[in-house]
Unconditional design. Structure first.
Length: 53
């Protein structure tokens, strides 16, 4: 039983770190989308998007 505690601790820390990396990578994108500043569109892609509607 003593060998299992460090294994679960290491797995828990790895899970927290990977979750933090994912959150740090996606949070700026989510905040930009909420502000309306994402994605940055040029006139050509905006025209294509309007044409598809």
């Amino acid at each position: 039983m003593a060998n299992r505690v460090p294994t679960w601790t290491v797995l828990g820390v790895a899970l927290l770190l990977s979750g933090g990396v994912v959150a740090a990578a996606t949070l700026p994108t989510i905040l930009q989308a909420k502000d309306g500043t994402f994605p940055a569109q040029d006139s050509e892609s905006e025209t294509e998007m309007k044409a598809s509607l």
